[in-house]
Write a protein that binds this ligand. Structure first.
Ligand code: SF4
Length: 83
């Protein structure tokens, strides 16, 4: 029996818009999709109190229905020469 990693399935958390990694995107790494969060705050100044969901458990099989692919990053040189 094999176990699937949340980073290897078709719904890869690290390519999902709802995933934030620590320490640059968020204080705690995890899933910030509102329905999956343990604790959420609407006010920005209460951001420290937010607790994301456990993406590794929610998307254990790599088939999360809430997956939304991130936009592809545009290379600097392409932005520089964009007309
Ligand atoms: S919504 Fe699903 S795929 Fe996206 S980060 Fe959360 S658990 Fe992972």
């Amino acid at each position: 029996m094999t176990t699937s990693d949340s980073t290897s399935g078709p719904a890869d958390c690290r390519r999902c818009r709802h995933f934030r990694s620590a320490p640059y995107e968020a204080r705690l790494e995890g899933c910030y999709f509102p329905d999956n969060m343990v604790s959420k705050q609407s006010a920005g100044y209460l951001d420290e109190q937010q607790q994301p969901g456990r993406h590794d458990k929610i998307n254990r099989k790599g088939d999360c229905k809430d997956f939304v692919a991130r936009d592809e990053a545009i290379p600097f040189w392409r932005r520089l020469f964009a007309g």
